[in-house]
Design a protein around this ligand. Structure first.
Ligand SMILES: NC(=O)c1ccc[n+]([C@@H]2O[C@H](COP(=O)([O-])OP(=O)(O)OC[C@H]3O[C@@H](n4cnc5c(N)ncnc54)[C@H](OP(=O)(O)O)[C@@H]3O)[C@@H](O)[C@H]2O)c1
Length: 224
């Protein structure tokens, strides 16, 4: 059997790095989409190819995904982690701030999800993971994080539309819904919090791997 292939966006970020590490350790051929190439020692002896890609540039994303397909003929898994957070009530959220969050959380995902999804439809098989948030899943959590909540909510709708288009195939669309990830940035921002209640990026990566390797055909919203 040929080596399975995974594409990871935000690969040099907290969650992305953990996903790359997990799948590379499990003998996947990993294409790590990064803003720019950097030396990551943990990947040194693993099958990890860094592809510098501006996720806001549709053509650039298309070129990166087609280059991967040309090499591997197949994309088994894609985990799209790029995204980010900003606070703001409606009063604090002008259109510019809204557009920045839509770009960071929706466009960065859509630009990769689209060509990956089209390839998975051709294969009739594959797992595509988007990274949502509690504020995107349930607007009760979006008060005070207007642009973040709205931009993340689109990913859930996108997952539903893609799952409907993939009806009759083994393409599965999942949305990861992290609570608070235990990251250096969150520790610095919330120094008095109980870090033991937070989720390690490695735990999320393990759960993603477990879903891919389970026999379940249920697409899922994955609270972690
Ligand atoms: N951290 C949490 O507690 C938490 C909670 C709920 C949901 N989430 C979601 O989980 C995901 C991962 O979080 P994280 O903490 O791992 O985030 P992170 O460390 O900030 O990683 C995000 C990565 O995306 C990259 N990126 C952003 N825009 C890009 C672009 N235009 N082109 C290429 N790369 C781009 C960033 O690169 P640069 O650094 O070079 O810009 C960074 O490597 C995000 O979608 C976040 O919204 C996080």
């Amino acid at each position: 059997m040929s080596q399975p292939t995974i594409v990871v966006t935000g690969a040099a970020g907290n969650l992305g790095k953990a996903v790359v590490q997990k799948f590379a350790t499990e003998a996947y051929k990993v294409y790590a989409l990064v803003h720019s190439i950097s030396q990551i020692d943990a990947w040194k002896n693993l099958s990890v190819t860094q592809l510098p890609t501006d996720l806001l540039n549709e053509q650039h994303c298309e070129t990166s995904i087609q280059a991967i397909i040309a090499e591997t003929q197949n994309i088994d898994v894609a985990v799209l982690t790029a995204g980010g957070f900003v606070m703001g009530t409606i009063a604090e959220t002008d259109l510019n701030k809204m557009q920045q969050q839509l770009a960071l959380n929706f466009e960065t995902a859509y630009n990769i999800a689209r060509p990956v999804f089209l390839q998975m439809l051709k294969q009739k098989k594959g797992h595509l993971f988007l990274t949502g948030s509690k504020a995107g899943l349930n607007t009760q959590h979006a008060k005070g994080v207007t642009a973040y909540g709205l931009s993340k909510s689109l990913l859930f709708r996108l997952a539903e539309i893609m799952q409907a288009e993939a009806n009759g195939t083994q393409v599965q669309i999942h949305v990861i819904v992290p609570n608070i990830i235990d990251t250096p940035q969150n520790r610095a921002a919330m120094p008095n919090a109980d870090f033991s209640k937070w989720t390690l990026p490695e735990t999320i990566a393990d759960k993603i791997y477990a879903i891919v390797h389970s026999n379940s055909m249920e697409p899922m919203v994955m609270m972690v």
